[in-house]
Structures are given as C-alpha cells and as structure tokens.
Design a protein around this ligand. Sequence first.
Ligand SMILES: *Cc1c(COP(=O)(O)O)cnc(C)c1O
Length: 395
Amino acid sequence: MKTNEKIKRAEKSILHTYDRYQVVLERGEGVYLYDTDNRKYLDFAAGIAVNALGYHHPVYTKALQEQAAKLTHISNLYYNTPMIEAGEKVLAASGMAKVFFTNSGAEAIEGALKAAKKYAFQRDGHAGHSIIAMEHSFHGRTVGALSVTGNAHYREPFEPLMGGVRFAAFNDLGSVEDLVDDTVCAVILETIQGEGGIYPAAPEFLTGLRQLCDDRDILLIFDEIQCGMGRTGDYFAWQGYGVRPDIMTCAKALGGGVPVGAFVLGEKAAAASLGPGDHGTTYGGNPLACAAVSTVFDIFQKEKIIEHVQGLTPYLEKSLDSLIQDHPCIKARRGKGFMQGLVIEGQPVSEIITRAMENGLLVISAGTDVLRLVPPLTIEKTHIDEMIGILKASI
Ligand SMILES: *Cc1c(COP(=O)(O)O)cnc(C)c1O
C-alpha cells in the first residue's frame, strides 16, 4: 500500500525517463537493502556498480557526516583539502599525472574528449579532429558522451550530435586501423564494455591499440567508469592488461555512492592539453564529494578490498559456471572479477530480474540478453551462495 502510493506520487512529478522496478528503497546495511515495507534484498546491483563498500559503512558514513558539518561546497575559485587528498590518491592508484574532478561519468567523458581535442589542436595548430569510438559502447547521456556511444537507438533522436565520430568494432584491431587517418585525435573505449553486455577487451586488442596510438600520436582513452575502482581485481581494469591509457575516466564507485567522477591525464596529455580557462565546473571537486573519494581509497587500503576481490573471484566464477550447467537457458558467462554477465536465451532477462526481486535479490541487465552482476566489493562467500540460491529459484 505504502509502496504503491509513493510510486503514484513519483510518477506525478518525476519525468518518466525510466521504467523503474516497483519498489521504493529506504535504507541499506552491509550488502542488503530494505524497502519502505521493510522487505530485505541482497544487492548484486550496487546502484549500477557504484556502492562498492555496500551500505552504511561506519568509516565512510562518519567521514561524510564530519565533512558535511565543515564544508560541502566552495567552488573552484579556492582550494580545499579533501580535493588535494583525493587527487593524490587517484594518482597514486593509477600512476597517472593530473586529475580533474567532475560530478558524473558523462561529465568525465566530456572532459576527456575536450582534452584530446585540445591536445591535437595545439599539436596541429588547427581544430577539426575526429574520434574513433566502439560499437556497443556506452559513455553517457550528455551530447558529447552520447556522440561516442555505440548504440544508434540512444543517439538517433538527438542528431546531429558532435561531429567527426567513427565507430569501429570492439576487439577488432583491423576495423580501427581502417578508420585511422591524420584527423583522428583519440580512440575511446571501455576496458570492459558494461552496458553493451559485459564484453572484456581482448589483451591483444589493447596492446595493438596502444601501439597504433603511439605510432600516430593519437590519445588512447579508457573509460573505467564502470570497470574501474577495484571491480575487476585491480584498481583500474587496464592495470590487469598492462596497457596504459593517455586519458582515463572514472566515476560510479569512485565516491562509493556520492556523485563524483574524474578524468585523469597521463604525462603526455597533462603537459599539452587543457589549460587555464579551457574547462570548468561549479561543483566538481567539492569538499563533500572529495572527502568521499578520499575515504573510499583509505578503506580500500585498510580493508584490502582489491585483494578481497581477487581472492573471491574464483569462487564467484565457479558458482556462476555451475549455474550454467544446470540451466540450459544460460548460454555463457562473460566478465572479470566482480563484473560478471550471464547470457540468457529463450526468456526475457527482465522476467528473471523481476522474479529475483520478488525472491529478495537485486540484479540488473546489460545489452538485450545479459543478466549483469555487479555487487558491492564487500560481499562474502555466503552472499554468493545466497545469490546463487535465489537465481536458481528465479530462472
Ligand atoms: C555509467 C557509465 C557512464 C556514464 O556515467 P553517468 O554518471 O551516468 O553519467 C559512462 N561510461 C560508462 C562505461 C558507464 O558505465
């Protein structure tokens, strides 16, 4: 009753751009969420790979409370200590040179694209450069980010978007080579494609791209918004491949649930791209969001979150693989670490998701036919067993 009334109220005021699940979530504890009727859900969605530390983590909550009581916003006209600390921690984890904090993933993509364009503008003394992006990619909903998103259905109503974007086939180096010419300033891709259906990059694809970009002085941009921040068992997924980007984008788990993103530049892009007056944001790098980022890194270190993901991944993979054996509608498993997808055939993924929710488990979809599992990084073996049990009952 309570739930239905709230949903009715929401639909009266909130623009309907999402077909939401019929639940109103109220609070979280550990890796569980509770709705307004006090029903409990095991969370394998983590707010779309955001809530890496689960809910109500005592250290994280305390840090936010303390920062909220001090300062939440001052603008980028002044310095603030949480931004300094968060910036140093992003660079320490990535080994990159400079960071710019944003408010979202899409905004991090916008900044990365501008940095690449400015780099080529300075090098060549003129504008008009193009960008190679990937089919089935997802980089966000703002106009620039949408321009490099490989889903034509998302783009079409809003065209013309940013010009000069060419789409290559993911994991097909030849298709990128075919599109390269002197106008190309950047290649952008997700190290592991998320929304498109959980497709990890092939190692030889990334090494080939690195070589190609080095040979032609093209900037390589890795979108780590979903796959970064420990999800694959490294701070950033590219570290697991040993292939370094010139620019990386972060968001989602970066703030552990507070809206924040970043684009991070390597030495080359940092030395010769965006300068004073080229880019800005009112909120980006605000002390509240940066206190969240800083605390997330501290907790990752103290609780050995990366090692935990590495240690538990074989068990998660083994458990999911055993599910495949018993259920012919699951055709394959793809993914890395705690970013896993099950390819479903013969029944809509949405039906499984709805049944799982009724049975107390939150999971999401990716692409058209993939059940996506992106739990908090703090899950334990027992949660994996519980998830498998509920999925069995829901498929
Ligand atoms: C979610 C996501 C984005 C967009 O982030 P927003 O914060 O929703 O703007 C961009 N790229 C990838 C890979 C994502 O998963």
